[in-house]
Design a protein around this ligand. Structure first.
Ligand code: GLC
Ligand code: CA
Length: 558
């Protein structure tokens, strides 16, 4: 039974499980995850104790960027199933008490989108081209890109077209891969089409939409140079007054989306992917008439260090207070190195693509210990939490995938210098002792090879083992739902020595995270800890949830 007061909107406290559909579960045994696979595993997610799922793009797509190159937002790609499958999934999830979020990708389409196909054969200056950002090149023959903007996946953000006569033509803008042409958000047809897409999915019962690259939609008039120099990477979180990112024009778009969502009963929500420069800029997206929430990428990128985590938590809560939005917390997603691996490195920070120090030894045992501590710390914070599929199994980044299987566009666009994000997208191990570990039920090889060592990390192997990561997640999620201390929006920092975080919530609930070099005494009634507490002392790299003495007596009331 949930103890959250019914006046608290569901999205203020929800735990949302991210599903990367290619890699979650394969229902038709072709080695690629799909919607029937997800449907078959919904009871697993209900029993895990999450409140909602977020499914990464499942739309029709040539899959140049794992489905973030959308050719048709109103249909499902055949590799994932059919629109009817998606509708069944939404209904099944609801029947199990799980809400459903999906992605919407408004900054760009696909080069297979019918609008882009039409734009390529249309003349410069035509209405077809005006839905995208086509421009003449610079230089005497237009041989230079229209400006200096760079792509998130490396290289110029511009690609030159070829005319019907085989001559070089105009250029088009793509902040991501060339297969992902950016839409022109000054064009009313683009706006109207996305509003129709939002309605299409809200009408089918979807409870929320994750807005991809939400800070990218508006561009400065005239598309001026940004001042990039050779070797500059796509480091949006450091940019100030950029002509391609976080422009004021985006807010008007989200205000109109919010009023559309508010027209539906049942609290349909948006969660933005908004990597911008600092919590003040982020808060602008979360004003009461804009997006409901945004991913806390600053928290995700924090190193395993008490000071850094303390300041990420404080800045998050302070930044959001002004606009009244609830916090969100996250440790991993489909774009980042799995945190078991990151926490097992000597340097635990997240770096922009290509800037990660190379060849750092990874101590998976250490990383796992810290990941156990990190999830208890995160789940004790006020707000909603995102879990990335497989983190509940303690999966690590597969860093030794053979080069020939790599599919992330980063690999090719970086001239085979940056491997990209495939290592966190390896299909999940469900059961059995050999690949594909129940991922494809008939035994087809998974689209990315799974490490043989995952035989000890399957859902089957971990279920019922009290020391496993999976059982830690199950217990923690159950307590988080049941204990009244986790509701509410405030936390109180308690004084603690360097390296130790002590956070009090209501109802005597206390969370102690020990990132110092020595054990830390934590008296009180132990509810759960990530490592065994002996003689009242919490070991290093561990978190405990305890109940301290309050006048109200211990929970549950005895
Ligand atoms: C977001 C997605 C990422 C994708 C990019 C382009 O950052 O999370 O996976 O490649 O947008 O759509
Ligand atoms: Ca399949």
């Amino acid at each position: 039974m949930s103890t959250v007061p019914s006046s608290t909107p569901w999205w203020h406290t929800a735990v949302i499980y991210q599903i990367y559909p290619r890699s979650f579960a394969d229902g038709n045994d072709d080695g690629i995850g799909d919607i029937p696979g997800i449907r078959s595993r919904l009871p697993y997610l209900r029993d895990l104790g999450v409140d909602a799922i977020w499914v990464n793009p499942w739309y029709r797509s040539p899959m140049a960027d794992g489905g973030y190159d959308v050719a048709d937002h109103r249909d499902i790609d055949p590799i994932f199933g059919t629109l009817a499958d998606a509708e069944h999934l939404i209904n099944d999830a609801h029947a199990l008490g799980l809400r459903v979020l999906i992605d919407v990708v408004p900054n760009h389409g696909s080069d297979a989108h019918p609008w882009f196909v039409a734009a390529l054969v249309a003349a410069p200056g035509s209405p077809e081209r005006d839905r995208f950002l086509f421009r003449d090149g610079r230089g005497s023959d237009g041989e230079q890109p229209p400006n200096d903007w760079i792509s998130a996946f490396g290289g110029s953000a511009w690609t030159r077209t070829t005319t019907a006569d085989g001559l070089p033509g105009q250029w088009f803008l793509h902040l991501f891969a060339p297969e992902q042409p950016d839409f022109n958000w000054d064009n009313p047809e683009v706006r109207a089409d996305f509003e129709a897409i939002l309605r299409f999915w809200f009408d089918r019962g979807v409870d929320g939409l994750r807005v991809d690259a939400a800070a990218a939609l508006a561009k400065a008039p005239g598309l001026p140079d940004a001042g990039f120099g050779p070797g500059d990477g796509f480091a949006a979180i450091t940019w100030v007054d950029s002509p391609l990112w976080d422009l004021d024009g985006v807010h008007e778009i989200y205000r109109s989306w919010r009023s559309l969502a508010d027209g539906y009963p049942g609290e349909k929500i948006f969660v933005g992917e908004v990597p911008v420069n600092g919590s003040q800029r982020l808060a602008r997206y979360l004003r009461p008439d804009e997006l409901h929430t945004a991913f806390n990428l600053d928290y995700l990128k924090s190193p395993w260090d008490a000071k850094a985590l303390h300041s990420a938590i404080t800045e998050t809560l302070d930044g959001l207070r002004a606009v009244g939005a609830p916090a969100t917390w996250v440790l991993s997603n489909h774009d980042e190195t799995r945190h078991v691996t990151r926490y097992g490195r000597p340097d635990t920070a997240v770096y922009p693509p290509g800037q990660q120090p190379l060849h750092q030894q990874v101590d998976l045992e250490l990383g796992t210990r810290r990941a156990r501590a990190a999830i208890l710390l995160m789940l004790a914070l006020p707000g909603s939490c995102y879990l990335y599929q497989g983190e509940e199994l303690g999966l690590w980044e597969v860093e030794d995938l053979p080069e020939k299987v790599l599919q992330d566009p980063t690999w090719k666009r970086s001239g085979h210098t940056i491997r990209g994000r495939d290592g966190c997208r390896v299909p999940l191990p469900w059961s059995g002792t050999r690949p594909p570990f129940g991922f494809a039920r008939g035994g087809a090889a998974a689209w990315l090879p799974q490490p043989g060592a995952w035989s000890d990390f399957t859902v089957e192997a971990q279920s019922g083992d009290p020391d496993s990561m999976l059982e830690l997640y199950r217990t923690a999620l159950r307590l988080r739902r049941e204990h009244p201390g986790f509701a509410g929006r405030v936390l109180h920092w308690q004084p603690a020595p360097d390296g130790v975080l002590v956070i009090d919530r209501d109802h005597g609930l206390r969370c102690v995270a020990n990132l110092s070099e020595q054990a830390y005494p934590c008296p009180g009634r132990l509810l759960l800890s990530s490592r065994p507490v002996r003689d009242g002392a919490l070991p290093v790299d561990a978190t405990a949830w305890i109940e301290i003495d309050t006048s109200g007596g211990a929970w549950p009331a005895s």
